[in-house]
Design a protein around this ligand. Structure first.
Ligand SMILES: CC(C)(COP(=O)(O)OP(=O)(O)OC[C@H]1O[C@@H](n2cnc3c(N)ncnc32)[C@H](O)[C@@H]1OP(=O)(O)O)[C@@H](O)C(=O)NCCC(=O)NCCS
Length: 117
């Protein structure tokens, strides 16, 4: 059975967290590779928001698949392939989620899908 998760994030909320907590916020949620990619972009908050939404979407899919242990944000790493498409590496879990991300100035949205064991 396939399970799905989705999440919508306000970019402004992520921007506020970055301004208020800076590295403390970023390092709690994102891996160093994710931080490095987002900070190289013209509007980093949009890319951070997209990744935040992707992580939440993956968590929802995992919980729908019967995962009972909490999943930490940093266990879920969002990478990019040569075309820029996102792919997820899950540390400590065997599932292989597929994700899709979109973002505008105001909102970021992501969907994750995975096969339930
Ligand atoms: C891929 C494409 C449709 C994305 O459209 P877009 O309007 O820029 O995307 P959005 O702004 O809604 O979302 C951005 C997110 O899309 C995702 N994305 C980027 N390229 C992607 C791709 N090739 N496939 C799937 N997702 C992609 C990323 O997660 C990106 O966020 P990030 O930069 O923070 O990682 C567009 O860039 C495009 O048409 N590119 C040229 C075609 C192409 O690359 N083809 C690949 C070979 S066929």
């Amino acid at each position: 059975m396939m399970v799905v998760g989705t999440d919508l994030v306000e970019v402004g909320r992520i921007q506020e967290m970055i301004e208020r907590w800076a590295d403390r916020f970023l390092e709690r949620i994102f891996t160093s590779e994710e931080i490095s990619y987002c900070q190289r972009q013209v509007r980093p908050a949009q890319h951070f928001a997209g990744r935040f939404a992707a992580k939440e979407a993956v968590k929802k899919a995992l919980y729908s698949a019967g995962q009972t242990e909490p999943v930490l944000f940093k266990q879920i790493q969002v990478n990019r392939d040569q075309q820029g498409a996102p792919w997820v590496r899950l540390r400590g879990l065997s599932e292989i989620p597929q994700v899709s991300i979109s973002h505008t100035d105001r909102y970021a949205v992501a969907t994750a899908i995975l096969e339930s064991p």
